[in-house]
Ligand binder design. Structure first.
Ligand code: RIB
Ligand code: CA
Length: 314
């Protein structure tokens, strides 16, 4: 039984890199058709390079990388290199990948693969700003009903913001793109800070990963150690939340998470709350459900799954 046809749209990024390694460790469950990258945590050239470096680390030169939009739809770019390091991969040796991205732009690829594949077959996982997906929808609205599901890391309700007081980074970095995606009528699952803050890489969990002996698990340990330092200095002050890996974990083991239907709207005007996600569980005819929002996660089960996936590289 082949795995779920999947495109991972990302902005590596330390946690994107971990998410990518987890996805590539489960080919029987996830048939990763391609990696598409977008400017976000760091510039578009770096996120594309980083995706190629992680693809190489995972030993999967067969999976194409397509570089995407290098700036948000409307607002000026806002990076998060303070959390991810200048290279975007923390303090991992940032070399030059032996194989770079494809020539074809990511948005062209997204449109063509969705038109070529049977309707309802392809799932899109998004772990960065939603610029690529929104641009594909804008240029080719016919692809929307052909998308099986979109599973994205983004937004915050109970937890407040992590890039501003009221907005989570991925949505804040391109709120107009997120607005297009949430209004498109997709089967949309959103894993926001409310749940990713529950999946934190404590020292004990990082130590367990450190006992694994593969180059891939070593890289994850190094990435998480870097995140632990930046989170202590700049973030919540606690252990680093594993934001983007939650998207892959949901695809592989949805039972780890609890979701609730909601009406989700994105603030695209206010300079004070730009990118805020208004998550309303009291849906109605006026506020119909347009997404499912993750409210809780079993963090022990999440890390047991992460360890099991990384052990496969052994
Ligand atoms: O808010 C967390 C999100 O912002 C993650 O996707 C992380 O990679 C950063 O992009
Ligand atoms: Ca990301």
């Amino acid at each position: 039984m082949p795995g779920l046809p999947l495109i991972l749209d990302c902005d590596p990024g330390v946690d994107d890199a971990v998410a990518l390694l987890l996805a590539l460790a489960a080919p029987e469950a996830l048939d990763l058709l391609a990696i598409t990258t977008v400017a976000g945590n760091v510039g578009g050239d770096l996120t594309a390079r980083n995706a190629c470096l992680i693809r190489e680390l995972a030993g999967r030169p067969d999976i194409p990388v397509f570089a995407g939009q290098d700036r948000p739809l409307v607002r000026p770019p806002v990076a998060a290199d303070h959390f991810h390091g200048a290279s975007g991969l923390g303090d991992l040796p940032a070399g030059v990948p032996t194989q770079g991205p494809e020539i074809r732009p990511a948005v062209d690829y997204l449109i063509s693969v969705l038109r070529d594949r049977p309707p309802g077959e392809v799932t899109i996982a998004v772990t960065g700003p939603m610029t690529n997906l929104a641009e594909a929808i804008r240029r080719a609205p016919d692809v929307v009903p052909r998308i099986r599901q979109v599973v994205a890391m983004g937004g915050a309700r109970r937890e407040g913001g992590n890039i501003t007081a009221s907005a989570e980074y991925n949505i804040h970095a391109d709120p107009h793109a997120a607005d297009i995606v949430v209004r498109a009528g997709l089967d949309l699952v959103l894993l926001g800070l409310d749940v990713t803050h529950q999946v934190a890489a404590t020292e004990a969990r990082r130590d367990r990963i450190a006992r694994l002996r593969s180059p891939q698990s070593h890289a994850v340990r190094q990435l998480l150690a870097f995140s632990a330092r930046t989170e202590a200095e700049l973030g919540t002050g606690g252990p680093p939340p594993l934001h983007d890996p939650c998207v892959i974990l949901w695809l592989l083991a949805p039972e780890i998470f609890t979701l609730r239907p909601c009406h989700l709207a994105v603030e695209t005007e206010s300079p004070l709350t730009l990118g805020h996600t208004a998550v309303e569980f009291r849906t109605s005819e006026r506020l119909p459900a347009n997404a499912r929002w993750a409210t809780s996660a079993d963090s022990d089960a999440a890390f047991a799954r992460i360890e099991a996936l990384l052990e496969r590289y052994g």
